[in-house]
Design a protein around this ligand. Sequence first.
Ligand code: AMP
Length: 228
Amino acid sequence: MSGAETMTRPAVLILLGPPGAGKGTQARMLQDRFGLVQLSTGDLLRAAVAAGTEAGKTAKAVMTAGGLVSDDIVLAILKDRLEEPDVAQGVILDGFPRTNVQAEALDKLLAQNGQRVNAAISLEVDDTEMVTRIAGRYTCGNCGEGYHDTFKTPAIIGTCDKCGSTNMVRRADDKAETVGQRLAAYHAQTAPLITYYERQGNLQRIDAMGEIGQVATELSAIVEEAVA
Ligand code: AMP
């Protein structure tokens, strides 16, 4: 394999961090800036729930309770998505992997294609801040742009800055009682992945408590280097 071929391999970036850390917001910015595809297993699962597929029906109750959907279901959905042609440039994984089993399965899957994870970036935040962030957030139901009651309001309240839609939606699992469960699931099952990627020499940490633009600047610098 020549150096040139190695360079053209699709980049694989992982955003790690608890719910509310800003993974979705930052992944969308990276998508626009680097031409990578944001791949959120949460979005894929919500689409499966909305479509009423077998996987969606099984996942729905777990998601409503704030737990983690089974590795089998998540891996099957992710593999299908990775086979679609638009991911050829590279992906930013947002909300995946969330368990050791998923991280190992991803490494195996990539290795089959001569690929690897370029960088796993941990967005580091406080739990208390997360509850406030999650409780105030909503997205445009048309284009997916994210907003927040306090931190990021659209220019005209109720109208998306990006596409003009007035269909703003709040996630069912962003209720305060579910957020606690989601944070607990993060600490028990996902936070250990920070060590997993640290051992691989692939981990980068970012203080994600700051302003969205500042975090985006730091993140872009890491991504630029990781995909070079
Ligand atoms: P998110 O949009 O990433 O916050 O995910 C919403 C919900 O979908 C989570 O609380 C989990 O129930 C489920 N989910 C998303 N990604 C995964 C994953 N990689 N593994 C297991 N469950 C997931």
